[in-house]
Design a protein. Structure first.
Length: 493
């Protein structure tokens, strides 16, 4: 393979680099920069180019918000993707399209945690996608389409459909994958008619149960615009610099406690924007669309970690400080009404307030949305393969949110991997990492990760830990509490 591999895409020739035995192409545009006249517009396909386009550096991520936001972008070419292929001259390799969209507000494929080398070594063509996030991608604006971040993802999948065969991939063997906000994006794509013909399978780790009604989303946008001294319209906000808008969204997220009486669950989670059930891009949540037969099931690999909320309690410095009142508030806000709070207390009679709070937050935000998505996909005729990660983080404690990502990518030596797993990962972490990588590769190629499918009777679930095993779903108390209560869109209280 040449040091500078070239591929002729439908739009023009790109020249990548040979890295660790794989051909890598970075910063390839799949749509025009969404600035100027295209600010807040649906993605517009990139035009053809003459000559050879250099594709050796990552494109900039869109402006980001929140406590984990990256550096401000230096240019406006946000809508790019990256391809890592073990054989650009081959054909028919399974394709994994990774969506980075943490909290719907931050993240970049340039993060070493998402290094695709190990997955490409397992025989996958790996594509990672930059899309609009935060206010650019998800604020509901008069005069602009809703859920622009999701529309960007569809545009990226259309690029994959047109071009991936030129990189050795099979356009009919595409698996779309993500974690956290990326997993929520995957769940949304399951229900979006323009997207369904563009992928065959889906991987969703820690699916968030976060959607907004238009009424709530409009109030959030109005509050954001008011802080900027402008109107809550696309035309008015187009005069605000993108990074300024992103920074003000960060400030609004920090200020959410003052809106709890009006904005309810959304304000308690600290994230001000998320996909909107707008009636056009998204007509309903994935759980109801699948369960009620308005979306067909797929091959779905889905799961969560055991202590999802632990990462956030440690990051915020609040672990060890939660009181009985904090637990009561969490139960009243997030447990299914009206009997959920008492059901949690009955199921965990000896739990401390902190343990009770952590359980209900973990369930409401990620664990139950993931489980219920597996069940809904099965009802819709798909094959669901469920997992729970129980391998604990030696630094954070417990199987916390995001611990599964460096394990699945085999990037335990990345900065985030070391933060979660230590400088030298334990042998059991290495074993789980290898199992997850094999599961992803098998699933993308065959639709089977290596354990039995989930069904309502046996509820078989892969528990990933020292000596992984397949058992009935382990969080039965939570499952019983949430049966019949799929995640509903956040609304005004």
């Amino acid at each position: 393979m040449p040091e500078r591999p070239r591929v002729r895409t439908a739009e023009g020739v790109v020249e990548g680099r040979l890295r660790q035995g794989h051909a890598v192409f970075r910063g390839v545009p799949y749509a025009q920069p969404p600035v100027g006249a295209l600010r807040f517009a649906a993605p517009v396909p990139v035009g053809p180019w003459e000559g050879i386009r250099q594709a050796s550096e990552f494109g900039p991520a869109a402006p980001q918000s929140g406590p984990t936001r990256g550096d401000p972008p230096q240019d406006t070419g946000w809508l790019t993707l990256n391809v890592c292929t073990p054989d650009p001259g081959g054909a028919g390799l399974p394709v994994l399209v990774w969506i980075t969209c943490g909290g719907y507000m931050a993240g970049s494929p340039a993060d070493p945690m998402y290094d695709p080398t190990a997955l490409a070594g397992a025989g996958l063509v790996v594509v990672s996608v930059n899309c609009r996030m935060g206010a650019e991608g998800f604020a509901l604006l008069d005069g602009a389409p809703a859920n622009r971040g999701l529309l960007d993802q569809v545009a990226a999948l259309e690029w994959v459909r047109r071009n991936i065969a030129r990189f050795g991939g099979d356009p009919d063997l595409v698996t779309v994958a993500g974690q956290s906000g990326g997993a929520g994006s995957v769940a949304a794509l399951l229900t979006m008619r323009p997207a369904r013909a563009l992928f065959r399978r889906a991987i969703a780790h820690s699916v968030p149960g976060m959607h907004c009604t238009p009424a709530l989303a409009k109030e959030v946008t109005a509050a954001l615009a008011d802080r900027l001294g402008t109107a809550p319209t696309a035309a008015a906000l187009a005069g605000t610099a993108p990074q300024r808008l992103a920074d003000e969204l960060t400030a609004l997220c920090a200020d959410l406690p003052r809106y709890r009486e009006r904005w309810g669950r959304l304000a308690h989670l600290g994230i001000a924007v998320c996909p909107v059930i707008d009636g056009d891009v998204l007509t309903e949540t994935p759980w109801t669309a699948l369960t009620d037969g308005r979306a067909a099931g797929v091959d779905l690999l889905v799961g969560h970690t055991r202590e999802e909320f632990r990462l956030f309690s440690v990051m915020t410095g609040l672990r060890g400080t939660f009181t009985a009142q904090d637990a009561r508030t969490a139960l009243d806000v997030f447990a299914p009404a009206p009997d959920g709070p008492d059901a949690y207390r009955a199921a965990h009679p000896h739990a401390s307030p902190e343990d009770l709070l952590e359980t209900v937050f973990s369930d409401a935000t990620f664990r139950m949305p993931s489980l219920l998505l597996a069940e809904a996909n099965t009802v819709a005729g798909g094959s669901s393969f469920l997992f729970e990660l129980r391998l604990g983080s030696p630094t954070v404690g417990g199987a916390c949110h995001s611990l599964d990502v460096p394990l699945a990518f085999g990037t335990m030596d990345s900065p985030t991997g070391k933060q979660l797993l230590g400088d030298e990962p334990a042998p059991e972490a290495v074993a789980v990492s290898r199992e997850l990588q094999r599961a992803w590769a098998r699933f993308a190629a065959t639709g089977r990760p290596g354990w039995s499918a989930y069904d309502p009777d046996r509820q078989l679930t892969r528990v990933l830990a020292t000596g992984s095993r397949t058992v009935p779903y382990p969080e039965q108390a939570s499952r019983r509490i949430w049966q019949g209560f799929p995640p509903a869109p956040f609304d005004l209280t």
